[in-house]
Design a protein around this ligand. Structure first.
Ligand code: HEC
Length: 189
């Protein structure tokens, strides 16, 4: 186990560790790794849309506009009018009873309308994420919400109207440790 060689290596490692702790902060030329990132570069990635609407971009769209885009870019994976197959259904869904047996859907589970916008904007269409314009995402979000009868057929979705849509399951989320979650987003009533 502890051969002399190993002991020497161990002692050397300890000594190196001690040096690392005691060594003064390095001065002189920096290694020259990386480069500063510009605000514009950050903005391209900073696309969170929060439940209170923070982060939603300008733009607008209606269910009718969304229906057209849906047929072009979504129906192949999410089925006629969001009924699903081969992938997730975007409309309807049985009430979530135990949360285990019932498949979770937008209508029976998702807490905030901004999630539909955020998810679609960052992840869909699956094979070409980030290719939709903000107007297209608003229109598709409006279409999905209208299919689920959560908004009217002619309701325009934009940064002001979208956060005000009330999702059926919104109040069933329990904050287990509220004291550790001081700044919960303020949801429009
Ligand atoms: C190539 C296939 C494909 C295309 C095209 C596609 N999606 Fe998806 N979508 C998926 C997959 C895979 C998932 C992951 C969830 C699953 O199906 O289990 C998903 C999930 C979603 C979800 C979340 C559903 C949930 O309840 O978890 C939404 C919303 C969505 N897609 C919207 C869209 C919209 C809007 C379009 C058109 C712009 C689109 N998708 C195009 C494959 C696709």
């Amino acid at each position: 186990m502890f051969t002399p060689e190993r002991l020497v290596i161990f002692a050397a490692a300890l000594a190196l560790g001690a040096c690392a702790v005691m060594a003064p902060a390095p001065t002189g030329p920096k290694p020259g790794l990386g480069k500063p990132i510009s605000e514009a570069d950050i903005a391209a990635w900073d696309i969170n849309a929060a439940p209170d609407g923070t982060g939603l971009p300008p733009g607008r769209g209606t269910p009718a506009q969304g229906a057209k885009i849906y047929v072009e870019k979504c129906v192949v994976c999410h089925g006629e009018k969001g009924t699903g197959k081969p992938f997730a259904r975007l409309v309807g869904g049985d009430p979530v009873s135990s949360g285990i047996e019932t498949p979770k859907t937008i209508a029976n589970f998702w807490g905030y309308p901004t999630m539909i916008f955020d998810f679609t904007r960052r992840a869909m269409p699956f094979q070409a994420p980030r290719t939709l314009t903000d107007d297209e995402v608003y229109a598709l979000t409006a279409y999905i919400l209208a299919l689920n009868k959560l908004i009217g057929e002619n309701d325009e979705m934009n940064a002001q109207t979208l956060p005000r849509v009330r999702m059926p399951n919104r109040d069933n989320f329990i904050v287990r440790f509220p004291e550790l979650t001081p700044s919960l987003p303020r949801i429009p009533q």
